[in-house]
Design a protein around this ligand. Structure first.
Ligand code: UD1
Length: 434
């Protein structure tokens, strides 16, 4: 039985999720704005004077942390519904506080805009995280190439430049964050910057479009070569964040694993080529049923597939855990190779607790499909692992209890509420354990 003594999650205790699996879903699942776009855009507002208005910003823990960080630096941040007004006109410092940067890697993205607009920036290193070491060497090298003096001492990156200068930069790896940092800084540099081997993720294009709305001159975002012609000043703008492609796929797979027919939207289908191809290869019927709505329906069978995570347009690492959960109940063997992060298979041990047959070797997971999963107490190890365990719980026989929900709350807007609205038996409880 799902417990009934449900109260709102508190800051200190995000509670546990209880899921009764095996329930069919039906209806429409709404997609929120993209977390990773919104975070980058929030940093991007620092490039201009005046209040920018950003729509479709989901109320997530990560967004709140970055809002508080900006506020602590004298930036006005106000939320009205899903819109954020951010006014950095009276920013009081170029120093970002360690306590907040350490909570959120994406807060490092303020380094480039702060440097470009104020001529100096001090931002603590974000440190490692559960899924890998995640260095920032490419961000630092890019800013140095633009003429900044960058030093790293006592865990703090300090960058200075009276005037950044456009240049030719080749990224050793198409890092999303480094592309965003360099692109933002280059918008206020003198002259032209050509960024080669740039990340092509949709969130990079969204940030570029936002910067263009601020008055920046950027061409080629979404391709490996981005050309930025620096401008002396940028102005505030109004902009709407794209739909979250990782949430889209989370909801698609919730439908898939329960063999349900559901619709999901709004979506930008061009952002979803790799995951949609894999879902069809497994055997699902996925089609557009409106300008921006996808429908997923079960096919005759579900067959294991191999997948390998890569930078966009390759298969996204942020969707790997979700597919691992789905493939755990597909027929035959699937080989999953994680190429982006060195330590992103934390969900596998928990899926095994639910009866999945998965062996790992280094960054490879070999999944032997089983006929069913069985509910169990499990622990989320990172954001997407949390979502993958929910997916598994939706299909498992019996009750699944998921802890570690602070990870989930970082990046999903009321995922359990959305799933409940289409029939899932999922509740969050904060009751004392029995
Ligand atoms: C962003 C996303 C994250 C996603 C990732 C890859 C945000 C807030 N987060 O993270 O959800 O998983 O893209 O799609 O947008 N690297 C270096 N040196 C650097 C920078 C990165 O070695 O200077 C390495 C990282 O350790 C990692 C790989 O490059 O192994 C990819 O990182 P990157 O593309 O930069 O990801 P993020 O921008 O951190």
């Amino acid at each position: 039985m799902v417990h009934t003594n449900i109260i709102a999650a508190t800051k200190s205790d995000p509670g546990r999720l209880l899921i009764q699996g095996g329930v069919n879903l039906s209806g429409h699942l709404p997609v929120s704005g993209a977390k990773n776009s919104a975070l980058a855009l929030m940093a991007g507002t620092l490039l201009a004077c005046g209040p920018s208005l950003i729509h479709n910003v989901p109320p997530l823990a990560d967004i709140t942390i970055l809002s508080k960080l900006l506020q602590s630096m004298g930036v006005r941040v106000e939320r009205t519904g899903n819109s954020l007004t951010i006014d950095p006109t009276y920013i009081t410092t170029h120093r970002a506080p360690y306590e907040m940067v350490s909570q959120l890697r994406a807060s490092f993205f303020i380094l480039g805009p702060l440097l470009a607009r104020l001529g100096m920036a001090r931002v603590p290193l974000p440190g490692g995280c559960a899924i890998g070491a995640r260095p920032v060497d490419l961000h630092v090298r890019g800013l140095s190439a633009l003429g900044a003096e960058v030093s790293i001492e006592h865990g703090i990156v300090e960058a200075r430049a009276t005037q950044l200068r456009g240049t030719h930069i080749y990224l050793d790896y198409p890092s999303v964050g480094a592309t965003e940092t360099i692109m933002m800084a280059a918008t206020l540099a003198e002259g032209e910057t050509i960024l080669e081997n740039a990340a092509r993720e949709p969130e990079v294009s969204d940030l570029a479009n936002f910067c263009i709305a601020l008055g920046a001159q950027i061409q080629g975002a979404g391709t490996p070569q981005i050309v930025i012609k620096g401008r002396p000043h940028l102005h505030a703008a109004e902009y709407t964040v794209i739909p979250d492609r990782v949430e889209t796929v989370t909801l698609l797979i919730a439908g898939a694993i329960t063999n349900s027919t559901v619709t999901i939207g709004p979506v930008v289908v061009e952002h979803l080529s790799a995951p949609l191809t894999k879902l069809r290869d497994i055997g699902y019927r996925v089609e557009l049923v409106g300008a921006d709505t996808l429908q997923i329906a079960p096919g005759a069978a579900r067959i294991g597939v191999d997948l390998e995570t890569l930078p966009f347009p390759g298969f996204p690492t942020d969707m790997q855990a979700l597919f691992t959960a789905l493939l755990a109940v597909a027929e035959g063997t699937s080989i999953i190779t994680e190429r982006v992060y060195e330590n992103r298979l934390g969900h596998v041990a928990e899926l095994r607790r639910m009866g999945a047959d998965i062996r790992t070797h280094d960054r490879i997971a070999i999944v032997q499909g089983v006929s069913h999963l069985s509910g169990a107490p499990v622990q989320a190890t990172d954001l997407r692992a949390a979502a993958a365990l929910i997916i598994a719980g939706l299909a498992a026989h019996g009750q699944t209890e998921i802890r570690g929900l602070h990870h989930l709350d970082r990046g999903y807007q009321d995922l359990e509420g959305k799933l409940r609205a289409v029939g899932a038996r999922i509740e969050r409880v904060i009751s004392p354990e029995v």
